[in-house]
Design a protein around this ligand. Structure first.
Ligand code: SF4
Length: 280
C-alpha cells in the first residue's frame, strides 16, 4: 500500500519537555519517589514507559505520602492543588507547558483588568480545569452553551481558549459571541501553533489520500480534533492509538493511505504503523 505521512506530526515541545522533566525527576529521586497527578500526557504508550522507568501516578493528592515528590503534568493544575501539595509537605516539580502557563497568566490578568473571563473549551479537560482556577470566576463555554444565559447581559468579556482547540473552532465561537450585544470583548489568542501546524498538515494530506489514519491517545483533545477536521474534509478517517487497533477492512479497496499524528504521539508509534501499512 502507498502511504503518505503528514509533514508535521507527533511530539510538540510541551510534551517533549514534560517527558524530559519526568524522566530527570525519577532519575534524581529514585523509582517510586515521584508521583504524577494524573497522566503526564494523553498517550498511554508514553505513560506506560514512564511507569516502567519508575514514575508513579495518582489522581488523588490525599493518597500520596508526603515524602514523595509531586509532578504537575503538562496540562497544569488548579492553583489550590499546588497550595495543598505544599501544605502536605510535598516537593513539587512543575511540568506545565509554557503555553498553558501563558493561558493561566492571561486569565488572571483579564480578571484583574475587570473583565468577565470566558474560556472556550471543554470543561472536563484537565487543562481547562486548571486554568479556570486562576481567576475567581471563569465561564467555560462550548458549542452547546446558551450564551444568553451563561454570559452577563452587555458585559465586558475577556476571552481565551483551550490551547489545543483549533483556530477554526475558536473563530466560530467568537463569531457567536460577537453577535450578542456585549459592551466589550477582549480576545487573547491562547491557541497553540504546534497543534495548528499538525492539524493543517493532516488536513492538507486528506487531499492526496483515500483514507486517513490519525494516531494518538483517544483522550487527546488535539488528536480528536485532528480526526474531526479530516472527517470534515470528507476523507474516511480512523482515530486509533497504535497498529494493534488496525484492521484490514479499514483499507479495503484503497490504494493510498495517509498517516497523521497528534502532539502527544511518539515517533516510534508512527514509524511502526507506517512500516506495517506499507507492507500490506
Ligand atoms: S500541544 Fe501546545 S499547549 Fe499542548 S503541550 Fe504541546 S506545545 Fe503545549
Amino acid at each position: 500500500m502507498q502511504v503518505k505521512v503528514a509533514s508535521s506530526r507527533g511530539f510538540c515541545f510541551g510534551v517533549n519537555d514534560a517527558i524530559k522533566i519526568a524522566n530527570e525527576a525519577v532519575e534524581k529521586r529514585g523509582k517510586g519517589q515521584v508521583v504524577s497527578l494524573g497522566p503526564v500526557i494523553h498517550n498511554r504508550q508514553v505513560v506506560s514507559q514512564l511507569e516502567e522507568a519508575g514514575l508513579d501516578q495518582s489522581d488523588d493528592l490525599e493518597t500520596i505520602e508526603p515524602a514523595k515528590t509531586i509532578l504537575i503534568r503538562s496540562h497544569g493544575a488548579f492553583p489550590g492543588v499546588f497550595a495543598e501539595a505544599k501544605r502536605r509537605g510535598h516537593e513539587i516539580i512543575d511540568a506545565t507547558c509554557v503555553l498553558v502557563k501563558h493561558a493561566q497568566d492571561v486569565v488572571k490578568q483579564l480578571h484583574e483588568e475587570g473583565y468577565h473571563v470566558v474560556m472556550i473549551g471543554d470543561r472536563d479537560h484537565p487543562e481547562v480545569r486548571g486554568v479556570i482556577g486562576y481567576a475567581p470566576k471563569v465561564t467555560v463555554i462550548d458549542e452547546n452553551t446558551d450564551l444568553a444565559k451563561a454570559l452577563p447581559h452587555r458585559g465586558r468579556l475577556g476571552i481565551v481558549a483551550q490551547t489545543t482547540h483549533s483556530p477554526e473552532h475558536v473563530a466560530d465561537m467568537i463569531a457567536r459571541i460577537l453577535r450578542r450585544p456585549y459592551i466589550e470583548a477582549k480576545i487573547v489568542n491562547t491557541s497553540c501553533l504546534e497543534v495548528k501546524r499538525r492539524q493543517d498538515a493532516a488536513v492538507a494530506l486528506c487531499e492526496e489520500v483515500e483514507v486517513m489514519f490519525v494516531l494518538g491517545g483517544l483522550h487527546s483533545a488535539n488528536t480528536r480534533q485532528m480526526a474531526q477536521l479530516c472527517e470534515g474534509r470528507g476523507c474516511p478517517t480512523f482515530h486509533i492509538e497504535t497498529w494493534e487497533q488496525f484492521s484490514p477492512d479499514m483499507v479495503n479497496g484503497k490504494q493510498i493511505a495517509g498517516v497523521a499524528a497528534g502532539a502527544s504521539t511518539p515517533e516510534s508509534v508512527i514509524k511502526e504503523f507506517v512500516r506495517n501499512l506499507e507492507a500490506i
